[in-house]
Design a protein around this ligand. Structure first.
Ligand SMILES: *Cc1c(COP(=O)(O)O)cnc(C)c1O
Length: 358
């Protein structure tokens, strides 16, 4: 039986989108490929509220995280981490020989903008990374306040991982002054895994020009130059199947559902899950900074999360256990992508039945 996925990626994908993945191939050096990819970039600019160029990579989101920190750090990167995905930025930097320091906040807490200010005031750093929505703890960082701080430091490249939030919550890239905003196909964009996209500002481009060793496949500057020269064709063969599906889904997001409706639907789904979590368990992270796309719930009843998931599986649903050290201590319900409020309520009813909650 297919299990409906309430996990924070890969998400449930609509049948129509899956069918678009099966579109017959076109040449990647054709006019059609240019048109397809140009249209996708134009629509992604609307989704991200930006005038910046869009770069698409046939990799998952981590690929563009690597591309960003490697292509745009000249001096040293400051990584602000509130969990597993913050730590990932740091590991990527170290393994690429990119100088970096990591500043940690306790699990379940958000980034303190005052700390960002303090760190940047040292003048040691020329790039920062923020995880907008930390998928391990269910924190959505106060990006507006962090952006206000970042704006005080015009020589610092502002990179934001919005992998588990873009497409599910409003992220106004230009208003926030984000230079590189990254997401993956398999989260709130509601596609299968395999494609990553990012915004790439003029400031980020100018910085990358000064960085000598940017790698090849994930070099953001060479991606940028190539699409500019070759009318939105990419240096190597992209996953055209994903392009067809993304083109279709972006039209759905922008013109059928509408961005505001989509963001509101995510808030509604989050509200339902939070109310349920408060009633039967507790919410794990700081309640001032709750994610709109997933909820991390403290296992206050001491249930076996893996047993619950097994039983859910028999009924055609899947949720996520806690991440890393938070396994069994917490569990996670994703409420993102093309999921509906009714889907979420159906899941919660099934959990109530299994755990005999009233
Ligand atoms: C899933 C996720 C990633 C990793 O993305 P991949 O597409 O799997 O490489 C990075 N950051 C966050 C916040 C995520 O949720």
């Amino acid at each position: 039986m297919h299990k409906k996925l309430f996990i924070p990626g890969p998400v449930e994908v609509r049948q129509q989108v899956l069918e678009k993945m099966a579109t017959p191939m076109i040449g990647h050096r054709s006019k059609e490929a240019s048109e397809l990819q140009r249209r996708i970039s134009d629509n992604l600019r609307k989704l991200f509220y930006t005038e910046s160029e869009i770069l698409i990579s046939t990799s998952s989101g981590s690929g563009l995280m690597e591309g960003a920190i490697r292509s745009c750090t000249l001096k040293k990167a400051a990584v602000f981490s509130v969990g597993a995905f913050g730590k990932r930025w740091y590991e990527i930097a170290l393994s690429n020989n990119v100088p970096a320091d990591k500043f940690d906040f306790p699990l379940g807490q958000a980034v303190d903008p005052a700390k960002v200010d303090e760190v940047l005031a040292t003048g040691e750093y020329d790039l920062i990374t923020i995880t907008h929505n930390e998928t391990s703890t269910g924190i959505m960082n106060p990006i507006e306040e962090i952006a206000e701080v970042a704006k005080k430091y015009p020589n610092v490249i502002f990179c934001v991982d919005t992998v588990s939030s873009a497409g599910g919550t409003k992220i106004e890239v230009d208003k926030l002054g984000i230079d590189i905003c990254i997401t993956s196909s398999q989260k709130a964009l509601a596609l299968p895994p395999g494609l990553a996209v990012c915004t790439f500002s003029e400031k980020a481009r100018a910085r990358a020009e000064k960085v000598q060793f940017r790698g090849t496949y994930l070099d953001l500057l060479s991606l940028y130059k190539y699409i500019k020269k070759k009318d939105y064709q990419y240096p190597s063969t992209p996953s055209l199947s994903h392009m067809f599906a993304l083109d279709y889904e972006l039209d759905y997001i922008l013109n059928v559902e509408g961005l505001e409706n989509r963001f509101n639907r995510h808030i509604e789904m989050a509200t339902v899950v939070r109310e349920w979590a408060e009633r039967y368990f507790e919410i794990f992270p700081d309640k001032r900074y709750l994610s709109n796309t997933l909820t991390t719930i403290k296992n206050t009843r001491g249930i076996s999360v893996s047993e619950l998931n097994k039983e859910l599986g028999r009924r055609g649903f899947q949720i996520s256990n806690g991440y890393g050290d938070l396994k069994e201590k917490t569990f996670r319900i994703a409420h993102m992508a093309d999921m509906t409020v009714a889907d979420v309520k159906e899941l919660l009813l099934n959990i109530n039945e299994i755990l005999a909650l009233e």
